[in-house]
Design a protein around this ligand. Structure first.
Ligand code: HT7
Ligand code: ZN
Length: 839
């Protein structure tokens, strides 16, 4: 397993400017003929990539190639003495039906489909399978399958021309029995575009929301970034077997069906929100990813961080800034901060990798998006727009780098971003310590940043950290509106002349991905919770108050005080506050969040204790709100037709939280009524989860009987049962469910639902002190690695927190990691992950 280094990047000596492909599809023996128009750019042999290909013929300029003009290994085809310009013709045979890795050309429920990012094209034909080789494409898909799709514009039945040069990873082909829901969109340039959402017959009633999301995304990208669409057709295809969420192939986005198909009866509000943001994300890639792509895979954040930032902006505009930002930060802390704090920490632009598929991480995506957000804060909205405009103008058609991106902002705004660039190179979440004094009319804030050591990186330089802050008087009036302080040195300070000590609201809007360490007084936090004009920090104040209580309950057995319970109750009952905000404010920090914070504070987390303390806190809040709960829930009713938009979703979210509290008190009585009355999947899942928590023994069977025909709903059924099982029963239940006739490990959605139901959904169950959770996961990783290394490697990250725990649990987890690592024939993907985790 070879390590690839950023420092070793070299351009190709021979490039390909046009690709003509002809497919004769067959499950066991698909023939792929390729004509590559090649041109020499430098000296050296042309080394093409190819894996699992049976080479049937090879010719240059129509003349079969003599055996001494080329050589092959399992993964390459090298041409010796290639001329200055020539056409390389190959014919290969592949077996899509046997491709269970879901990379390259594979079959899902009788449908042919492709996944080429990052390096799947080499499993289709010989080619320079790297993002800096951009070519135009002509594709011909033979045979009589009713629907045959590829990139670009259709020129005849099953023939496609893509005029926009693209790298191999954006190639796509889909063929099979599919039905489209169609619509039209006219771009700001007057281009008439046909929009299609293709699904398997029977699913055609579930596409309306995805189509609506697509049209809103197209409008938004024109209005906010000035980016119109550039082909006459935009196709989306829903596929059941898919390793990730979706893929932005030029003009032919392929989606995990989970992120396309939705109806009120089958999809929750969270599903609708995911569909909206993922449709937008893939569409936005057309400019940030496709028209301008990455020079090499080390630059992955160039397209992913920027596109996540854009989809987050879109969702803020569609759904409201505060709830979207809070949700995004919760996700960042849960996934990226966790990654940054463990053995898998890596920079947003890594310097090396063994398997690039292992780097589609929260750090590249979510931290990458935070870097764009910080850049926007530093240069201001106008500077940001000017930098983006220059980037699109200067680099359209390029395979670009982070340096190219930052240079556009330096040119457009005149700012020096050299220190800011460290965010791309230095891994780890910086800690910012804040202290304050007030003396003789001077209010002083002292700041200190600490950038932690991470694997392979020590003694780091100070980062350029934008800290948005404001000041409030003790009665909650804002005395200073938001300003940005740029912390560029290890320590810094600010002073203000004031007649009384103010209340500091710092890191407003979560202006930088850092951990704040600030011993703020209890009364200041309560003031922020009640009055901060920055909704993120209002929520954050409540979060910090809750976390303090929970951590003290874990470490010191402290009870829950009236001041806190009253503040929570006040928020829950505040009719003037947005229900979505109240729902977020009522949610306690997750078990994993607490484990992470305890570990950060030098305390070994005990998963059982954390589980018990969270439940005790929920019970205390429920008891405080006892009489108000039924009325509060009734007030959140959303009569009439189900509307997935944010307003009603917020009400359902709050109703769900309140039902959770009622269940703590009544053992599931209200949840049973709610389950029987539910007329949408959001309410049904909330009631189902609560009934499971309450130990109801009939509801799982009832749910199964009602929904066994629907694969996406059944994913929820598998996950919820394991996530809401009593911790000591969770592993046994998960194991039993793997023998259910509908459990199919080869379907990534099903595999992830069950495994993540345990590892993420039920931490106390996964960390069962007898080690059964660890063995269960390791057994399944070893099983799936043989056929689908990508999904296996991803799931293995459940072990990445192993060093946090007590010596016994560490021993048990290490033993499983060692067992995996010592297994013969491990994939490169899983092998790299366990090696890094064991280091
Ligand atoms: N750019 C896409 C990434 C992706 C992917 C990567 C590795 C293996 C399978 C994959 N499927 C999709 C999705 C995106 O970020 O938009
Ligand atoms: Zn993406």
């Amino acid at each position: 397993n070879q390590t690839v280094y950023l420092k070793d990047y070299t351009p190709v000596p021979v490039t390909v400017s046009h690709v003509a492909l002809s497919f004769r599809l067959d499950p066991q023996a698909t023939r792929v003929s390729a004509r590559l128009t090649c041109k020499r750019k430098g000296s050296g042999d042309m080394v093409l990539d190819g894996e699992m290909l049976k080479l049937l013929s090879i010719a240059i300029d129509g003349v079969p190639l003599a055996a001494d003009r080329y050589s092959r290994t399992d993964t390459t085809l090298t041409l010796y003495d290639a001329p200055d310009s020539f056409v390389l013709e190959t014919e290969v045979e592949i077996a899509p039906e046997d491709n269970k890795a879901l990379s390259g050309l594979y079959m899902s429920k009788g449908m042919y489909c492709t996944q080429c990012e990052a390096e799947g094209f080499r499993r289709i034909t010989y080619m320079l399978d790297r993002p800096d080789v951009m070519a135009t494409y002509d594709v011909e898909i033979g045979g009589d399958l009713p629907v045959r799709l590829s990139n670009g514009n259709e020129t005849g039945p099953g023939t496609w021309h893509d005029p926009w040069p693209k790298p191999t990873y954006l190639f796509a082909l889909v063929a099979g029995d599919l039905l489209a829901t169609s619509d039209r969109f006219t771009t700001s340039e007057g281009r008439d575009v046909t929009l299609n959402v293709w699904v398997r017959p029977g699913d055609e009633g579930l596409t309306a929301f995805a189509m609506d999301s697509l049209k809103r995304s197209m409008t938004w990208d024109e209005e906010v970034y000035g980016r119109p669409y550039d082909l006459s057709v935009f196709n989306i295809v829903a596929v059941d077997d898919f390793n990730m969420g979706a893929m932005e192939n030029k003009g032919l986005n392929i989606f995990n069906s989970k992120y396309v198909l939705a109806s009120p009866a089958t999809a929750t509000d969270a599903d609708f929100a995911n569909i909206e943001s993922i449709v937008a994300h893939e569409y936005f890639h057309n400019w940030t990813g496709n028209r301008i792509t990455c020079r090499d895979w080390f630059q992955l954040c160039l397209k992913e961080g920027l596109t996540v930032f854009r989809d987050q902006q879109f969702s803020q505009d569609e759904r409201g800034f505060a709830t979207q930002r809070i949700g995004d930060v919760l996700n960042l802390r849960a996934r990226q901060f966790r990654e940054d704090a463990g053995p898998l920490a890596h920079p947003v632009r890594p310097e090396s990798f063994v398997e690039i598929n292992n780097f589609y991480t929260a750090t590249i995506y979510e931290k990458g998006a935070e870097l764009i957000g910080m850049l926007r804060t530093l240069v201001g909205p106008k500077g940001y727009d000017a930098g983006c405009a220059l980037y699109f103008e200067r680099h359209d058609g390029d395979a670009a780098t982070i340096e190219d991106w930052l240079a556009c902002f330096e040119t457009a705004t005149g700012r020096d971003l050299s220190q800011f660039k460290l965010w791309y190179a230095q891994a780890g979440t910086p800690r910012v310590q804040v202290s304050e004094t007030f003396k003789d009319g001077i209010y002083r804030i002292d700041l200190k940043q600490i950038v932690p050591d991470t694997p392979g990186q020590t003694d780091k330089c100070p980062m350029h950290i934008p800290l948005a802050f404001g000041l409030l008087s003790q009665d909650g009036t804002e005395t200073q509106a938001t300003q940005v302080h740029e912390l560029t040195t290890e320590t810094g300070s600010m002073t203000f002349e004031m007649s009384a000590k103010p209340v500091l609201s710092i890191l407003r809007g979560f202006s930088a991905p850092v951990i704040l360490e600030f011993e703020q007084t209890e009364s200041d936090r309560l003031t922020l919770l009640a009055h901060d004009s920055d909704p993120f920090n209002r929520w954050e104040a409540g979060r910090v108050l809750a976390k303090d209580r929970l951590m003290r309950a874990v470490t010191k057995d402290a009870g829950f005080d009236d001041a806190w319970l009253n503040a929570v109750a006040a928020l829950a009952t505040d009719e003037l506050a947005d229900p979505a905000f109240r729902a977020l404010a009522l949610a306690l920090p997750s078990e994993d969040d607490l484990a992470q914070s305890l570990y950060g504070a030098g305390v070994v987390p005990d998963p059982d204790r954390i589980y018990a303390v969270r439940r005790a806190a929920q019970l205390a809040i429920a008891a405080r709100l006892r009489d108000a709960l039924p009325g509060l829930r009734d007030a959140m009713a959303t009569p009439g037709n189900y509307d997935p938009k944010a307003e009603d979703a917020g009400k359902r979210a709050l109703a769900g939280r309140l039902l959770g509290l009622q269940t703590m008190l009544d053992g599931g009585v209200a949840a049973r009524t709610a389950y029987d009355a539910a007329d949408n999947m959001t309410d049904r899942m909330a009631a189902f989860a609560n009934l499971l928590e309450a130990g109801d023994t009939t509801v799982a069977k009832q749910f199964e009987n009602d929904w066994q025909h629907d694969r996406l709903v059944m994913d929820k059924w598998f996950m919820a049962q394991v996530a809401h099982a009593a911790p000591r029963d969770a592993v046994t239940l998960a194991d039993t469910l793997t023998r259910h006739p509908d459990f199919d490990a080869s379907n990534p959605n099903r595999f992830r639902s069950l495994m993540a139901g345990l590892t993420a959904g039920n931490p106390a169950g996964f960390h069962n002190p007898d080690g059964s959770g660890y063995k269960f996961l390791a057994d399944w990783l070893l099983y799936l690695d043989k056929s689908n290394p990508q999904t296996t490697a991803r799931m293995s990250t459940a072990f990445d927190g192993w060093k946090r725990y007590d010596a016994d649990r560490q021993d048990l987890m290490r033993a499983q990691l060692q067992r995996i690592s010592g297994t013969e024939g491990l994939s490169r993907d899983l092998s790299e992950m366990v090696t890094r985790m064991l280091k």
